[in-house]
Design a protein around this ligand. Sequence first.
Ligand SMILES: [Zn+2]
Length: 548
Amino acid sequence: MRILTSISICLLSLTTFAQKQVSPIKTSAKPKLVVGIVVDQMRWDYVNKFKPFFKSQNGFLHFINQGTTCDNTMIPYVPTVTACGHTCVYTGSVPALHGIAGNNWYDNVKQKQVYCVEDASVQAVGTSNNVAGQMSPINVWTSTIGDELKLATNFKSKVIGVSLKDRGAIIPAGHAADAAYWYDTKSGNFISSTYYAATLPSWLTNYNNAHHVDSLYSKGWDLSLAKSIYESNCDADENAYESTPFGKDAKHFPYDFKSFVGKDYSKITSTPYGNNLVIDIAKQALLNEHLGEDNITDLLAVSFSSPDYIGHSFGPNSWETLDGYVKLDEILADFFSFLDKQVGKDNYTVFLTADHAVANIPAYAKKHNLPGDNYDDGAVKNDITACLNANNLNPKLISFVGEYNIYYNHPLMDSLHISNETLTTIITNYLEKKPQVLQVVESRKASIAALPQIAREKIVNGYNAQRGGDLMLLTKSGVVDGYPTGTSHGVLYNYDAHIPFLIVGNGIKQGVVNTPTYMTDIAPTITTLLGIQMPSGSIGKPVLELLK
Ligand SMILES: [Zn+2]
């Protein structure tokens, strides 16, 4: 009987196996369009937390209802900042290999400070503010999803990036992109650089000439939901520890922006309207550049920067953050119906993730007896200067402190005959006495630091020989590289490193993946979906559970 049962189970599984093999495999056509969405500073838990307040089932919830959410997606490197995040999402790689060591770094070869997308060899297009447009992806060393898509289709695929931030548009679009458009806070225009083209397309010039920012300003910012919802689900509307990006007296809802009309185009970035501008450009680009029209897959990379500006000022528990996401949800729902109409319901795939998440405002944490403190790079630099002075050493021995990377001035060290060991010992002993500091790690030796494996790995992945600091300052949990008001991100703790990864559309199953996944897995998942080569420096694995 037992044998018989085993045999029948065997036969049954054989039958199932055979059925799987012989049944005609529904080879769905590849997506005509992939849309990558990065929500700058979005925490993983926001979707769950804000779910009851979304007005639509078709915005963020469309990913949950129809697609897959990978609920344990982590950033496997430090620093957890915008440039590194956008690069990792689209290269599947880490600063050690892709070269984007921070938003800013000190180039150890050229001996100068560098901004991630600066490129003095190109000129601004669409603004007289040349410095805002002298940007390109030349500092990225490895290929992107878009680059591989171009290579796979003999450059017939179209690839376009859009964001308020230059780095949020340029890096995701990649080296071989057709275009990248970003926002110039001086002119209020979406601009580009001669890296891509000598002039803006006429549809974009027309958009700029319509001065949409001014009409958005004149609407002001009021709540989308009943006040009681914010009162019972958020911190107070007004707090001394929030920043005041709209002026020192503009501390609570409703916000009036009329004084900025025609005068100040920077303030829009800290409002939900920044997302409206970005989605407008994304839609216009899709229509006018004919993305998703033929069977050659195109890539539209959209990055929403306003959630980051809002989050830095008001924190993750604020009315502004909740309201910003409720409004972004409406934008997403509208965008999905736009894609259904223009590209066709089953013809596109959309993924949504974040470049990093964010810490609680330290004073908010303290109010609730949670660990929280500030220690910004300026204060670190001042402390090291004091330490060097106290040891009769030249403070110029430190060339740069940024994103908790401490860079030595090696030419000066050589001329003063000061060894690495001497400088490291003095600085480490000093900084490790500070209450905010966990440990000072020698970046090159991070793999043997006395830290849990996962922390060592994040430092090693984030260290770049040409662009990394000599020391990496690790702060204690809750310590923010920022100022007394507002909050920030950049460290290895989970509040900064746990990000959403949602995906829906052509080739994607409905479900939840709870096994650990990483930011580096996103690019190889997309290239596997498309059947193309993975980006050159990709170290991730495709998340096979979500692919049909
Ligand atoms: Zn930020």
